[in-house]
Design a binder for this molecule. Structure first.
Ligand code: FE2
Ligand code: FE2
Length: 163
């Protein structure tokens, strides 16, 4: 039962990661600041690694890597796209909105990988838990980087644009 659920959740996050590899270039292109564009580019590379790592996890579990549509990530990405439509190109407000949307995606991933790693441990699979933890740490790093960019410049600039 637990293993079935675990595999199902793996398929869900596998789909989500693949979906993000299509979304991140759009966020990068829409960014105003170079720093933010670079952060999205970096996370795109890291995300490719997450996909490879999930394929390793499927293999360790004796399963074929398979994606199952993740409605949550589809919604989060759609929200990110609407943020691009709703904000003006070349503004700090655009960047603040992009960070807001991206952090929702990161938090979804953090919740998912945290739970999956815990489940893997409960199932007596520390080898699988270790791989999931590696990705979890990288998602947390991405979240922290986005917060740093937001705090350091963008929020202040966005405030000026309102005035
Ligand atoms: Fe990821
Ligand atoms: Fe991520």
């Amino acid at each position: 039962m637990l293993e079935c659920f675990f595999i199902d959740e793996l398929k869900d996050i596998y789909w989500a990661e693949k979906h993000l590899t299509k979304a991140l270039p759009k966020l990068k292109k829409a960014s105003t600041s170079e720093e933010l564009a670079n952060a999205f580019e970096d996370h795109l590379q890291v995300t490719h690694g997450h996909i490879t790592r999930l394929e390793e996890v499927f293999e360790l579990m004796g399963q074929k890597a398979q994606a199952k549509k993740c409605d949550a990530m589809e919604g989060i990405v759609k929200e990110g796209e609407s943020v691009i439509e709703d904000t003006e190109e070349g503004t700090a407000t655009r960047d603040a909105a992009l960070i807001f949307a991206a952090q929702k995606a990161e938090h979804y991933e953090i919740a998912t990988y945290g739970t999956l790693a815990q489940l893997a441990n409960n199932m007596g699979r520390p080898d699988v838990a270790k791989l999931l933890h590696e990705t979890l740490d990288e998602e947390k790093d991405a979240d922290v980087s986005l917060t740093k960019i937001a705090v350091s410049q963008i929020n202040a600039m966005a405030e000026q644009e309102v005035e």
